[in-house]
Design a binder for this molecule. Structure first.
Ligand code: NAD
Ligand code: FE2
Length: 407
């Protein structure tokens, strides 16, 4: 048996924020981040629409990027007092993730943060409130996923909370909210979307349901990310990227990711490289690695009788318009297309180019490799990696292909 979970409703397209007018309930709390939603007038609009729906509205502002356990607890306390029946989270991945965790502590005030760390061990939500997510970035897709990332700043650990209970009841994907994304955010989160789609498609958990979403998402990224990057006011490109993000999210929510994300998580944690950029620096190498026809070890719960990842990537290549004489050539051309896209949207070539000190990188490398191996994304990768292979990919990503590891 396999499960495929989505939000109950998804409103999309330019101006979709208006869906808030149709909400039924008494009290809504809007959770937002540092100020971009306010600055660009979306917060006011959301408040007005909810009031038009006859609801009393309270704001919880100032959720920081990479939200902390403390912020989550503060928000939950405000919710306890206000008793909303709708939680409306608006902004990037950070405020939406924080609001998901606040929701849990609002519903279950006696829960401890540690109780939530075990994946898929959440209590049943929706006893007090339903949850709406309104993204302002096209990347994390937290508006359609059962995940939330919360940081414990005392220990420096980022906790990925995971449970289908965390799936929003409603998502509103309105490109108007995304027009103001700066170039760096557009490119990094855009390549993150591509990585979500490619990893979900190659995952050992991929199904026909997730495949369709992943393929359409990657096609949209190749066609529209350069336009969204070049001209942030290109409404069609912003809409297509918002859809791509969301579709890739639906795919990876159900098929999970792979070793590119395992490695990117560690590159972000150790060297503060933005998540999308970290993926961008690794994805071509991971595609090449996974496509190898004779892996030393297969995925832990592989459904395949024989390695077929090359054929899977070749399907992706053909879907995005690549013509090739065989699967091997299709994969090579897909990698070239990924590299071309990265260049068009201003992604640099290597980890070194992002200013990571060589000595510090090498000092932290073994620790990063072990932690990447242990990351929860590794389990869904179609090729089960050796730690030495992860190290080799990290080194190639640091130096570029000219200097390879001695392993
Ligand atoms: N839940 C998941 O499945 C999932 C997946 C990946 C990452 N994450 C988490 O999501 C967070 C990152 O989210 P993010 O990349 O969406 O960014 P973010 O929410 O951290 O925001 C980054 C910055 O961009 C600004 N911003 C957001 N939208 C804007 C807009 N439309 N115009 C101008 N500025 C805008 C914010 O104010 C902020 O300063 C991290 O905490 C990460 O760990 C979650
Ligand atoms: Fe990602």
């Amino acid at each position: 048996m396999a499960r495929f979970t989505l939000p109950r409703d998804l409103y999309h397209g330019k101006g979709a924020l208006e869906a808030l007018k149709t909400f039924k309930g008494k009290k809504a709390i809007i959770c937002v981040g540092g100020g971009s939603m306010k600055r660009f007038g979306f917060l006011q609009k959301a408040e007005d629409y909810l009031k038009e729906a006859g609801m009393e509205v309270k704001l919880f502002e100032g959720i920081e990027p990479d939200p902390s356990v403390e912020t989550v607890m503060k928000g939950a306390a405000v919710m306890q007092e206000f008793e909303p029946d709708w939680i409306v989270a608006m902004g990037g991945g950070s405020p939406i993730d924080a609001a998901k965790a606040m929701w849990t502590f609002y519903e279950y005030p006696d829960t401890k943060f540690e109780d939530l760390i075990t994946p898929f061990g959440f209590p049943e939500l929706r006893q007090k409130a339903r949850f709406a997510a309104i993204p302002s970035t096209s990347g994390t897709a937290t508006e359609v996923t059962a995940f939330s990332v919360i940081t414990n700043y005392q220990t420096g650990v980022k906790y990925p909370l995971a449970d289908y209970e965390l799936m929003p009841d409603m998502s509103i994907v309105d490109a108007d909210n995304m027009m103001s994304q700066p170039k760096g955010l557009t490119s990094a989160s855009g390549v993150d979307v591509l990585t979500h789609a490619l990893e979900a498609y190659a995952s050992v958990m991929a199904t026909d349901y997730t495949d369709g979403l992943a393929l359409k998402a990657m096609k949209n990224v190749f066609e529209y990310l350069p336009r969204a990057y070049e001209n942030g006011n290109d409404v069609e490109a912003r809409c297509k990227m918002a859809d791509a993000s969301c579709m890739a999210g639906m795919a990876f929510n159900n098929a999970f990711l792979g070793v590119c994300h395992s490695m990117a998580h560690k590159l972000g944690a150790f060297h503060h490289i933005p998540h999308g950029v970290a993926n961008a620096l690794l994805i071509s190498m991971v595609v090449e690695y996974n496509a190898a026809e004779c892996p030393r070890k297969m995925g832990t719960f592989s459904q395949y009788q024989y390695p077929h990842t090359m054929a899977r990537y070749a399907e992706c290549a053909r879907f995005v318009g690549i013509q090739a004489k065989d699967d091997a050539e299709a994969v090579q051309k897909l990698i070239a297309k990924i590299e071309e896209l990265k260049e068009k949207v201003g992604i640099k070539k290597t980890i070194a180019d992002y200013g990571v000190d060589e000595k510090y990188f090498l000092e932290t490398l073994d620790d990063m490799c072990e932690k990447a191996f242990d990351d929860q994304c590794t389990g869904a990768n179609p090729r089960f990696p050796l730690i030495s292979e992860i190290k080799d990919m990290f080194l190639r990503a640091y130096y570029g292909d000219n200097k390879k590891s001695e392993n």
